[in-house]
Write a protein that binds this ligand. Structure first.
Ligand code: FES
Length: 147
């Protein structure tokens, strides 16, 4: 199995069985993210313990890429500090939008599965929706749009 197949399988798995797809009723932070191109909306919930993300979840509706990306996000940022999560947001932003810089995709673990998305510019906002929403939640903004 080559890397492309592996990455495709990760996306399919996280879309079919999204991790942490639930509300956190007593979340410390939450934000709604909206993709005006398609009308899809995700909500990201964050529970903090000190400066660390002790729990993170999402719900809402979206395409396979947006759901898989949100699911991967929750797995990746759980247990991280706010600063580490913001660092990951900026790496993911580069991964999805900059094809002029070389990013070592293997260092991103399963998140590397989203690297193929940049070949399809129309889908970049699908993959980045949850990341912008997390960033908004961490900055105590209630909503964000990918436009
Ligand atoms: Fe709406 Fe992908 S088509 S988020």
């Amino acid at each position: 199995m080559d890397l492309k197949d592996l990455y495709r399988d990760v996306i399919v798995d996280h879309n079919r069985h999204p991790r942490n797809f639930r509300e956190i009723p007593d979340a410390d932070r939450r934000a709604d993210g909206f993709n005006p191109l398609c009308g899809d909306k995700l909500t990201v919930f964050v529970k903090l313990d000190g400066g660390r993300i002790s729990d993170v979840s999402f719900n809402g509706s979206g395409c396979a890429i947006s759901i898989a990306s949100a699911s991967l996000l929750t797995e990746s940022v759980k247990g991280k500090t706010i600063a580490e999560a913001e660092g990951l947001f900026s790496q993911m932003h580069q991964l999805l939008t900059r094809d002029d810089i070389d990013i070592d995709v293997t260092r991103l673990g399963k998140l590397g599965a989203l690297s193929g998305v940049r070949e399809f510019p129309a889908r970049v906002k699908c993959a980045s929706l949850c990341w912008h929403t997390l960033d908004a939640a961490l900055h105590q903004q209630e909503q964000v749009s990918t436009e």
